[in-house]
Design a protein around this ligand. Structure first.
Ligand SMILES: Cc1ncc(COP(=O)(O)O)c(C=O)c1O
Length: 420
């Protein structure tokens, strides 16, 4: 019999095995300074394109003031216990009511973390006779929620209506036999490639198939739709989303999350979400902070307008220079380049060290082999100067990628490593 830890000693897992080459730089980098468009990385000033602070609230003076006052008033313990037992307050209720109102739903329930919250939402919505249909590119929290499901599940090709319909038909057939129902899960915005989920078309299928729709709108909440209510509002189908989920971790620049829907559905969920029933309630500092942020989302449309001004300038500038930004329909801005993983590493190093640009890099197996994805998140704090500098830098790195500079550099690094 093996020692349970033998795999730990052998390697550190699919990502951990790269730790020696990547840690501290490509993974677990330490960005320093106040959260904003410009921060420090390893002592250098960098323009940051990798923080989901869409509306620039992370370091907004009004937000900082409320956060500090709430910390002074409540400390970080209050309230103690799970919501159901001893962790419930008037302010949690007020936040829920205001969130429900903002996303145009009857009721809402605040969650201590988005990841665990949506995982439990999926778990609570389905039983073994039910069938889940979900996008193959779903976020890890959805995949992990589906993993808890004891019944059938089908993935459909990313945002592909034919595949969605085929899998709904399959799911319906099975549900008819088992006596269960069907849950379809989509994201409002897919966080890697920036495409909105095809919510309008999915909702249209409700005329033909019997299913309920759960939408994870982590990236759409606060950034899309006339009032900022998200991808459903943007596509005119907010009413047809049965359970709406969003996190405070992006446009609200905080921690926590919520689900919203019809009163009866939310009442059911609040008694059945295991990750909330058996875990500490969202702290008061975060609840007060969320109320302030929500007020700003409602009363300061200029934040969303500025964000979109920057999105248009960045995405437009990239397209003008011939960059492939895929099919994004949100603020998430992917830039696709062709190259190997070692070339990608050399390119990112060049961007950070010689051009002062910090953005996330995504490679195989998340995207197909031979592609490099530079994932950029514009925010309301970026300036035209940031965008201009970045566009110049991107043209320079593309030239070096195409003329083989990074191939040579990465080969030299590999040789050095072999010798050492
Ligand atoms: C699509 C999506 N869903 C859920 C989550 C989880 O939210 P939280 O950070 O609040 O746990 C994230 C966060 O990265 C996300 O991108």
């Amino acid at each position: 019999m093996k020692d349970l830890f033998s795999k730990i000693y052998r390697d550190k897992g699919p990502l951990g095995k790269w730790a020696d080459q990547a840690e501290g730089y490509f993974v677990f980098p330490k960005l320093e300074g106040q959260i904003s468009n410009r921060m420090k990385f390893q002592g250098r000033d960098v323009i940051t394109w990798s923080i989901n602070d869409y509306l620039g609230l992370a370091n907004h003076p009004e937000v900082r003031k409320v956060d500090a006052e709430a910390a002074e008033k409540y400390g970080s313990a209050y309230p103690m216990g799970a919501r159901m037992m001893s962790g419930h307050t008037d302010l949690h209720e007020r936040l829920q009511n205001e969130l429900a109102d903002f996303v145009q739903k009857e009721s809402a329930y605040v969650l201590n973390f988005g990841y665990q919250g949506i995982l439990s939402t999926i778990d609570a919505l389905v039983g073994k006779d039910d069938v889940i249909v979900y996008d193959v590119d779903a976020h890890a929290c959805i995949i992990d929620g589906v993993r808890l499901h004891l019944g059938k599940r089908f993935t459909y090709k990313h945002n592909d209506m034919d595949s969605i319909e085929l899998n709904l038909a399959r799911a319906e057939k099975i549900a008819e036999q088992t006596g269960g129902g069907v849950l379809l899960i989509s994201e409002g915005v897919f966080g890697m490639r920036g495409e909105q989920g095809k919510l309008k078309e999915i909702v249209e299928l409700k005329k033909k198939y019997n299913f309920r729709l759960l939408v994870d709108d982590a990236h759409g909440f606060g950034t899309l739709g006339k009032t900022g209510a998200g991808a459903g509002e943007e596509q005119g189908v907010q009413n047809d989303i049965d359970v709406y989920f969003a996190t405070f971790a992006k446009s609200m620049a905080s921690t926590g999350a919520f689900i919203a829907g019809d009163q009866e559905v939310i009442d059911y969920l609040k008694y059945n979400l295991r990750s909330q029933m058996f875990a500490k309630s969202l702290q008061m500092t975060l609840v007060e902070g969320a109320l302030k942020r929500l007020e700003m989302l409602k009363t300061m449309p200029e934040l969303k307008n500025k964000l979109w001004e920057n999105v248009r300038a960045l995405q437009g500038g990239l397209k003008e220079r011939g960059f492939d930004i895929g099919t994004t329909t949100s603020c998430v801005t992917p830039v696709y380049l062709k190259g190997s993983i070692p070339e990608a590493m050399a390119l990112v190093k060049d961007l950070r060290e010689n051009h002062g640009i910090f953005c996330s890099i995504v490679v195989y197996p998340v995207i197909p082999k031979g592609l490099i994805l530079l994932r950029m998140i514009p925010t309301a704090t970026h300036t035209q100067e940031d965008i201009d500098e970045t566009l110049i830098a991107f043209s320079a790195i593309r030239e070096r990628l195409e003329n083989g500079t990074y191939k040579k550099l990465s080969a030299a690094i590999a040789k050095q490593q072999e010798q050492s």
